[in-house]
Write a protein that binds this ligand. Structure first.
Ligand SMILES: Nc1ncnc2c1ncn2[C@@H]1O[C@H](COP(=O)(O)OP(=O)(O)OP(=O)(O)O)[C@@H](O)[C@H]1O
Ligand SMILES: [Mg+2]
Length: 307
């Protein structure tokens, strides 16, 4: 069983318009609504591959009911902690060429609600082999939240993948998650190293792994990924970037990493899966969704090189 933690979920709304013109009124051509937030995206991808997955985090207000109903259409086991404030929405307006995002602020989580989450978390680890801690922290949740959740998961015998940014990433790394998945910008920010090329990204990833003892899988958009682990360093990529929408491709990559840890796959195989799943997400008609058949077709083209 894989547990995904999404402390700051969202109802992701996508509006399709003919053209986005500031200052004018738009008639929406089509409306897409999805349960979102990084851990929820990871859970949905895993469920699509028929893997057993449980999702937790905070949900509040009417948005909570919509997200719960949407997740109810999948095999994801839904175990969220209720909060008084309203879960946020994200709105993306897409004119077919560009996507413009509007992110509501996350709801405030009270000290009591955070304590309730921490109290219930060990129970959610029952039967769990891999925990995914992903996304931003809502207001009221301390910066070291992921550190505490990592420590508890590790003492319950679970392996932890962390995908976040900024202070939450820095604090979380101190608790020794097994794998961290920064993108290029997050890697540069946490290491203070510029990483414009895969070679420089690998240098920064090695630095981070040496400092923390955590395996670093850094995604580089259309350039695929590089990994620095205790068992060696790799680069994995398709021969060329594909046209598409990379939003949520990182979450598909995290899903593949979680699946690989669950099945105890060797790094070279697991990283090839991660590139195939995330490239499938980048080329999907709906951003962030993964068609397992598409991932399967892309998989033989992935080139994995030990460095
Ligand atoms: N244009 C593309 N063509 C092929 N694969 C892509 C493309 N864009 C992204 N990918 C795949 O997706 C992975 C993750 O992409 P990226 O580095 O953009 O993640 P991210 O910034 O964490 O994304 P997010 O957080 O929005 O989910 C890459 O490692 C790569 O395998
Ligand atoms: Mg990401």
């Amino acid at each position: 069983m894989i547990l995904t933690v999404t402390l700051n979920p969202a109802l992701d709304v996508t509006y399709g318009v003919g053209a986005l013109i500031p200052g004018s009124t738009h008639r929406i051509r089509d409306v897409g609504v999805r349960a979102g937030g990084k851990g929820i995206n990871v859970a949905r991808v895993l469920a699509g591959f028929a893997l057993p997955v449980r999702a937790t985090g905070f949900l509040g207000g009417v948005t909570s009911d919509q997200i719960t109903a949407l997740l109810g259409q999948s095999t994801v086991e839904v175990c969220f902690v209720p909060i008084a404030a309203e879960t946020r929405r994200t709105v993306v307006v897409s004119d077919g060429v560009a996507a413009t995002g509007f992110w509501e602020p996350g709801p405030a989580v009270s000290a009591g609600e955070w304590r309730a989450f921490v109290a219930g978390y060990p129970g959610l680890l029952d039967g769990v082999e891999v925990v995914v801690l992903a996304g931003s922290l809502p207001p009221g949740v301390p910066d070291d939240a992921y550190a505490g959740l990592t420590t508890t998961a590790r003492s319950a015998g679970a392996r932890v993948i962390l995908d976040t940014a900024g202070p939450a990433l820095r604090a979380g790394l101190r608790a020794g998650p097994e794998v961290v998945k920064p993108n290029r910008g997050e890697l540069e920010e946490v290491t203070g190293q510029a990483a414009p090329t895969p070679r420089q990204a690998l240098g920064a990833a090695r630095l981070l792994r040496n400092d923390t003892g955590t395996a670093v899988v850094a995604t580089l958009g259309g350039d695929g990924l590089i990994a620095s682990t205790m068992d060696g360093d790799w680069r994995a990529a398709l021969p060329a970037a594909l046209p598409g929408n990379p939003t949520g491709a990182g979450d598909a990559c995290v899903a593949a990493l979680a699946a690989g840890l669950l099945r105890a796959r060797p790094w070279s195989e697991l990283l090839a899966d991660a590139v195939a799943w995330s490239a499938a997400a980048a080329t999907a008609p709906t951003a962030g969704t993964v068609d397992p058949g598409c991932a399967h077709r892309l998989r033989p083209s992935v080139v994995v090189a030990a460095i």
